[in-house]
Design a protein around this ligand. Structure first.
Ligand SMILES: [Zn+2]
Length: 331
């Protein structure tokens, strides 16, 4: 794993003025990636991670216009070569020292010396299975290595496409004439599925609410349910390792693990024994107590920790994007 990146994420989380979990229209957010980055800029964030569900399309659409950690350091490296007398310069040797570069970058952020546009941390949020439970795994990258996940994500896309065809078929068989192309992915919304069907059923007055659509037809065990291809946590961890990313367990409090301290410790320890991971200790809808609980466990196990709003634009009104003033509660 890219452990240097993991500890860097902790460091910038501790500093604040960052947001390491945000969605765009490439998955289920309401802001386009451009709009999201504009907002990050007006919120004066130093770092923003784009972490759409199961796709890096958003990142690919905007990457030309933004710096990643790698491109920022590379640029610095070029200009630093002109000034080899500067002893503070981490790149005074010809070797590209990633760890020293990250330290330098964190310092720049701390003293407000970063460029006026936030640095983009490419990421993705994967749905994986751990002990028969679906959990979310964030994968972070310092630059374009995230594209090494492309083949895997493409396989997932194909599987999702097949599942969607079957979903449409079943809904039709139930007597609801849903158009064949209702779930076709678009550049704005490459990830579609049951929620979109539920919305269609509501819009066409076949049910009163999205919840009812799930309860009556789409939930597991109901007539329109089609099982999803499941990705095991171990497999995803391997992929992230091979592509030099760093994995972080997203919002552990959402899996019921914060109900008691022993359970949380047990789960996180098991995962940490599989691979070097971090935990998302700070999150918009985690209570103060839950955040403290996850953070102190991370400290105890010496795991990197992160903070993220889980911003979805207008699709989740209570998850506002963080700003320069954001600081995790324990610091
Ligand atoms: Zn998320």
């Amino acid at each position: 794993m890219n452990n240097n990146l993991g500890f860097f994420l902790s460091k910038i989380t501790e500093m604040g003025g960052i947001d390491l979990h945000a969605h765009s229209t490439a998955s289920d957010g309401s802001y386009t990636p451009e709009q999201l980055l504009d907002l990050a800029k007006s919120n004066k964030l130093n770092f923003i991670a784009l972490t759409d569900h199961d796709t890096i399309q958003g990142y690919q659409n905007i990457i030309e216009h933004f710096s990643t950690i790698d491109s920022y350091l590379a640029e610095y490296y070029c200009s630093a070569k002109q000034n080899i007398l500067n002893q503070q310069n981490p790149y005074k040797s010809q070797t590209f020292d990633f760890e020293a570069g990250l330290l330098w970058l964190a310092k720049q952020a701390k003293y407000g010396k970063l460029i006026d546009s936030p640095i983009l941390i490419p990421g993705v949020e994967l749905s994986v299975i751990f002990e028969n439970q679906e959990i979310h795994l964030l994968a972070y990258y310092s630059g374009q290595e995230i594209e090494l996940l492309d083949d895997f994500l493409e396989e997932q896309r194909v599987a999702r496409y097949k599942r969607n065809l079957e979903l449409i078929q079943r809904v039709n068989d139930l007597g609801f004439p849903i158009p064949e192309n209702e779930l076709d992915p678009s550049p704005e919304q490459p990830v579609t599925g049951r929620v979109k069907i539920a919305k269609w059923l509501v819009a066409n007055n076949y049910v009163n609410s999205i919840q009812q659509a799930f309860n009556d037809y789409l939930a597991e065990g109901k007539p329109a349910y089609v099982p999803r291809q499941r990705v095991e946590l171990e497999y995803a961890l391997q992929l992230i390792d091979q592509s030099n990313g760093f994995p972080v367990i997203a919002h552990p409090h959402q899996y019921g693990w914060c109900d008691n301290h022993t359970l949380l410790t047990e789960k996180i320890t098991k995962i940490a024994n599989l691979a070097n991971i971090g935990v998302e200790a700070f999150h918009s809808n985690a209570s103060l107590e839950q955040q403290k609980m996850i953070f102190s466990l991370a400290e105890k196990l010496k795991l990197p920790f992160t903070a993220g709003s889980d911003f979805h634009g207008t699709n989740k009104e209570d998850h506002q994007l963080y700003s320069l003033n954001y600081k995790p509660i324990v610091f």
